[in-house]
Design a binder for this molecule. Structure first.
Ligand code: SAM
Length: 282
């Protein structure tokens, strides 16, 4: 199967009566350089087993299968399962599972299909409507060594943002707490069918073996982060007061930790958030 020949693609999809679903974020890759560069830039090799989310008609899947030891691919759209049976027939290192990635037990899936591998990776051209829940689910599982995914460029910039910039937010801190994200390259809308309305980027998230700073209670840490960004333009102490109460005590706590009472959440980095959360956890 030539995944990059428009007539061949159309013929396969028509034969199976397949229609693109906007609701499922279906924008399929049509340019071979994109999956190739995803594989080489993220260092996928025969030491890796890969979980792919949303294989579509198998364009990225076949590239992963050529570079990695094996692939397990989870596709939600029932209509794509017979398409994948046909397009990936020549490979013996691919398992396609039907289902919603957010409902899969990732530990069970890893034990069943990815055990014994030197490196466990996730690769995907993500369905953009659930980029944030998928990334949260993957990172919180702490099961993977790295995640190489295509997403909306705007979201990629948010993941990699630095404090005191307009892209910096609660999801930046969440992501950088679990991983070190890096934009590998940009992908224009012209590389997909149908073409999305936004530009895309490939991000590699190297997952951390341990948090970047000691955190006494992760629940409190993320509560502090969310409260700090809930009222972005307001002083940190007001955001914290709505989550933790007693503003006066909070002013004192911030001052004791060396912060001005006028400090804004968006200027703080992960060690700053940890300092505040650890003091609150005590
Ligand atoms: N990987 C293919 C490619 O690059 O051409 C398709 C990528 S397309 C952007 C996203 C894919 O994710 C679609 O095949 C869609 O059906 C699938 N998908 C959407 N929601 C999903 C979910 N919750 N779990 C698994 N797959 C999902």
């Amino acid at each position: 199967m030539d995944f990059f020949h428009p007539q061949e693609i159309r013929a396969v999809l028509e034969r199976h009566g397949f229609h693109f679903s906007k609701a499922l974020g279906q924008n399929f890759l049509t340019q071979s350089w994109v999956p190739e560069r995803m594989m080489t830039d993220s260092g996928v090799d025969k030491d890796c087993v890969v979980l792919e989310i949303g294989p579509g008609m198998g364009t990225l899947t076949q590239a992963i299968a050529r570079y990695a030891q094996s692939v397990v691919a989870v596709e939600l759209d029932h209509a794509l399962i017979p398409v994948l049976d046909e397009t990936l027939a020549e490979f013996n290192n691919i398992t396609v599972l039907e289902g919603d990635i957010l409902k899969k037990d990732l530990r069970k899936l890893c034990d069943e299909y990815m055990s014994g591998a030197a490196r466990k990776l996730v690769c995907a051209n993500l369905p953009y409507y659930i980029t944030t829940p998928i990334l949260s689910y993957l990172l919180e599982s702490r099961l993977f060594d790295g995640v190489c995914v295509m997403m909306q460029k705007e979201v990629a910039l948010r993941l990699c943002a630095k404090p005191a910039t307009s892209d910096y937010g609660a999801f930046t801190v969440f992501t950088q707490y679990y991983a070190e994200p890096q934009i590998l390259f940009s992908v224009p809308a012209s590389c997909f069918v149908p073409q999305p309305k936004v530009d895309s980027a490939i991000v590699y998230l190297k997952t951390r073996e341990a948090p970047p700073v000691p955190v006494k209670d992760e629940k409190v840490f993320f509560q502090v982060v969310r409260a700090s960004f809930a009222q972005r333009r307001k002083k940190l102490v007001n955001g914290l007061a709505s989550a933790f109460g007693d503003k006066e005590k909070l002013v004192k706590l911030l001052q004791d930790l060396g912060f001005s009472e006028n400090v804004r959440g968006e200027t703080l980095d992960i060690p700053d958030f940890a300092k505040i959360a650890n003091a609150l956890a005590e």
